[in-house]
Design a protein around this ligand. Structure first.
Ligand code: SF4
Length: 346
C-alpha cells in the first residue's frame, strides 16, 4: 500500500464563508501547489506540505489522511488501491466536501476569536459582520454526487443554512451521503431540524469536547456541560453516530489523560486536533517544569522544549487574564489545578 496516498487532494473541496475559496484540504499550507502534491503522492513520495499528518503518524496517532482514506474507501465501496488507480487515470472529482457556512456561533471558546465566532464579536462589542458562504458557491455543488459532506462553523447546528443544504441533498435523493457535523453539542434542536437529521442514514455528529465538566465550560464559555450531556443522550436515542474532535492546547494538556478516559468510558471515538496557532496556545507553550508534571501520554505529544515556549507561556497567561475579565469569570473556579500551576510558574 502507498503510505503517502491521500484522497483529499483528489476528491476534497473545502468552502469557506470568509473567502469562498475552495481548497482540497484545510490542513495544507497556504498556496500549496495541489498538482505537485497529487503527483508526489502518486509517485510514492511524501509531500512536505502534509506535515500535519506525517507528524501524527510518526507518533502512531491516527491522522486525517488515514481517517479520510478509510471513510472514503468505505462510502465509495472501493478499496483504496483501486481509488489510487482511478486517480492515476484522472478519474476523480469533488466528492468530499467541507463547508464553513458561517461564523454564527453561541460560544466564545478560549482558542477562538471574533473572526470565527459571532459570539466573540458580541462579547468584544465589535461590529464584525456575520460572514456567510455565497449562495453561488453552494449552487456549484453537485448534490447527487457528494459522498461525504462535513459542516464546520461557527456552530453548524446554530446556522439555519446548513439545514437548507441538507434539504438540497434530500431533494437530490442523496440521503446515503455521509454527513459529518462538527458541533459544540450545545444547541437545542427543534422537531423540524431533528426530522431532517433523521433522514440521513450515515450521519455522524462530531462533538467538540476538550475537557470534562467545568473544564469544558471554561474552554467553551458560556456553554453548559449538562446541556451537552443531554444532547449526547438525545443523539444516542436517535441512533446517530457520535465522535469527538478533541482540540488540545497548552490550556487543557494537563487534563489529557482524564479526558481520554472519559471518551473511552463513553465509547466515543476521538481524534487529536492539536493547536499550533496562535503560538501562545500551542501545546508546547509551557514552562519546562510544568511539562515535567504532565502524564506520560501528554508528554508524548510535545516536541523538545525551546526557549520560545517560556516566552509564549507569558503571552498565554496574559491572554487568559484578558479573556477572564471580558467574560467576568476566573480560571480558578473552573480549572483550579491549572490555576495553581500558572501561579507557580509566572
Ligand atoms: S494534510 Fe493530510 S489530510 Fe490533508 S491532503 Fe495532506 S495528507 Fe491528506
Amino acid at each position: 500500500m502507498n503510505p503517502y496516498f491521500c484522497v483529499m487532494p483528489f476528491f476534497g473541496a473545502e468552502l469557506s464563508s470568509n473567502s469562498n475559496k475552495i481548497t482540497p484540504c484545510c490542513l495544507l499550507k497556504n498556496n500549496s501547489n495541489i498538482d505537485e502534491i497529487r503527483q508526489k503522492m502518486l509517485d510514492h513520495q511524501q509531500p512536505v506540505e502534509c506535515s500535519v499528518c506525517w507528524n501524527l503518524e510518526q507518533k502512531n496517532i491516527k491522522s486525517d489522511r488515514q481517517y479520510k482514506n478509510e471513510a472514503f474507501d468505505f462510502y465509495l465501496n472501493k478499496d483504496i488501491k483501486s481509488i489510487e488507480e482511478d486517480c492515476k487515470k484522472g478519474l476523480y472529482s469533488e466528492q468530499i466536501i467541507k463547508i464553513y457556512t458561517s461564523n454564527l456561533c453561541n460560544s466564545t471558546c478560549v482558542t477562538c476569536d471574533s473572526y470565527s465566532s459571532s459570539a466573540w464579536s458580541s462579547l468584544k462589542g465589535i461590529k464584525e459582520k456575520k460572514s456567510i458562504i455565497s449562495i453561488s458557491a453552494l449552487a456549484q455543488l453537485d448534490y447527487s454526487n457528494i459522498k461525504m459532506l462535513s459542516f464546520v462553523g461557527g456552530e453548524p447546528l446554530y446556522e439555519k443554512i446548513n439545514f437548507d443544504i441538507l434539504n438540497y441533498l434530500i431533494k437530490a435523493g442523496n440521503t446515503n451521503c455521509f454527513i459529518s457535523i462538527v458541533t459544540n453539542g450545545s444547541v437545542k434542536l427543534n422537531p423540524d431540524q431533528l426530522n431532517i437529521l433523521k433522514k440521513f442514514q450515515n450521519l455522524n455528529i462530531c462533538l467538540s469536547i476538550d475537557g470534562i465538566g467545568k473544564r469544558f465550560e471554561y474552554i467553551r464559555y458560556p456553554l453548559k456541560w449538562d446541556l451537552l450531556l443531554k444532547n449526547i443522550e438525545l443523539f444516542k436515542s436517535l441512533n446517530i453516530n457520535l465522535s469527538v474532535s478533541y482540540t488540545i492546547s497548552n490550556l487543557n494538556l494537563l487534563y489529557y489523560s482524564e479526558t481520554i478516559d472519559w471518551f473511552n468510558k463513553q465509547n466515543l471515538p476521538y481524534n487529536h486536533n492539536i493547536v499550533k496557532y496562535p503560538l501562545h496556545f500551542s501545546i508546547n507553550s509551557l514552562p519546562k517544569e510544568f511539562k515535567s508534571l504532565l502524564s506520560i501520554e501528554a508528554k508524548h505529544l510535545l516536541r523538545k522544549h525551546l526557549p520560545q515556549d517560556d516566552a509564549q507561556f507569558v503571552f498565554f497567561v496574559k491572554e487568559l487574564g484578558l479573556q477572564d475579565n471580558l467574560k467576568n469569570i476566573s480560571i480558578k473556579d473552573y480549572m483550579p489545578e491549572m490555576y495553581d500551576l500558572i501561579q507557580k510558574n509566572i
